[in-house]
Design a protein around this ligand. Structure first.
Ligand SMILES: [Zn+2]
Ligand SMILES: [Zn+2]
Length: 292
């Protein structure tokens, strides 16, 4: 695809820097890229510079600043915020709190693995205190792969890191409506990420999305690798009935052996140009309220 609206960098749990993401985007002929790091806007400044350098080198390239907030009781409701003001004080503070909780959880997960006899070598994880990087389960999953204990990220989650597994440590999250309010106050357009990951029946999903729309949700990530061929029309139907924007992104983290490739979206997004234009229009209209 010529666009990818869901990409992670080293500022959260991705493996590539903003500069490397821009280089790869040009190689893959992705001309519009949104950086959606988890619970941080700190990568946006580097991405702006990298995107400017990419465009100055003569490439057609546009960058959309964004963020992905984890929310809901289990943290599995992810809300993307497009056009976010990276310096918005309440959002930056909320992200900092989330990262501090993650920092504590990261340490607890390492301890839980140690308790079952798995000692992760110190240099297999980003260096402590992990402040900037918000260590997450993917970091630990990669360490387990490197140790030869599992072969894939999926196996690492299945055997160790999912709820009910030995190294799972719960994390308190924002509610989905809190995440939406925070994003709107930061001038962003809130979009529900990868709805299929919620594993809800279509009618239940539609009711949930309708509830979120009442709280200010403006879009649904219809085109994500988690959506199968038959899911896409169902998701598009929900977006149409509820008057929501349709977006798409690969959720690229840089890992080999996962399905997410930069620009690798499910097929069939024939309306991407109109949908991108509608998103851009919504971003223009999503002005943050004037601060007194
Ligand atoms: Zn997500
Ligand atoms: Zn993501």
């Amino acid at each position: 695809m010529a666009l990818d609206l869901h990409v992670h960098s080293t500022y959260s749990d991705g493996l590539l820097t903003p500069e490397a993401l821009c280089t790869l985007a040009i190689q893959k002929q992705v001309h519009t890229l949104a950086l959606t790091d988890h619970d941080t806007t700190e990568g946006i400044a580097s991405m702006v510079l990298a995107a400017q350098a990419t465009a100055l080198a003569g490439n057609q390239f546009a960058f959309i600043p964004a963020v992905e907030l984890s929310a809901g009781d289990d943290g599995r409701t992810h809300v993307l915020g497009y056009g976010v003001d990276a310096a918005n004080v309440p959002l930056v503070a909320a992200c900092k709190t989330i990262r501090q909780k993650r920092l504590i959880r990261g340490t607890q997960m390492v301890e839980a693995l140690r308790a079952i006899g798995i000692e992760i070598p110190g240099d297999y994880l980003p260096p402590p205190p992990w402040e900037g990087q918000a260590i997450g389960r993917p970091h630990i999953a990669r360490a387990l792969i490197r140790m030869g204990l599992v072969n894939t990220m999926e196996q690492a989650f299945d055997r160790f890191l999912e709820e009910g597994r030995p190294a799972y440590v719960p994390l308190a999250h924002l509610s989905a409506t809190q995440a939406i309010s925070l994003l709107k106050a930061a001038g962003a357009v809130p979009v529900l990420a990868h709805p299929m990951r919620l594993r809800l029946e279509p009618q239940v999903l539609e009711a949930f999305v309708a509830f979120l729309r009442e709280a200010g949700l403006q879009g649904l990530e219809v085109y994500h690798p988690s959506a199968g061929r038959r899911d896409i029309p169902m998701l598009q139907g929900i977006a149409d009935r509820l008057g929501l924007l349709a977006t798409g992104g690969s959720d690229f983290h840089g890992d080999k052996g996962t399905r997410a490739m930069l620009g690798g979206l499910p097929g069939g997004w024939h309306t991407w140009e109109q949908d991108l234009a509608a998103l851009r229009q919504a971003m223009l209209e999503a002005k943050p309220p004037a601060t007194p």
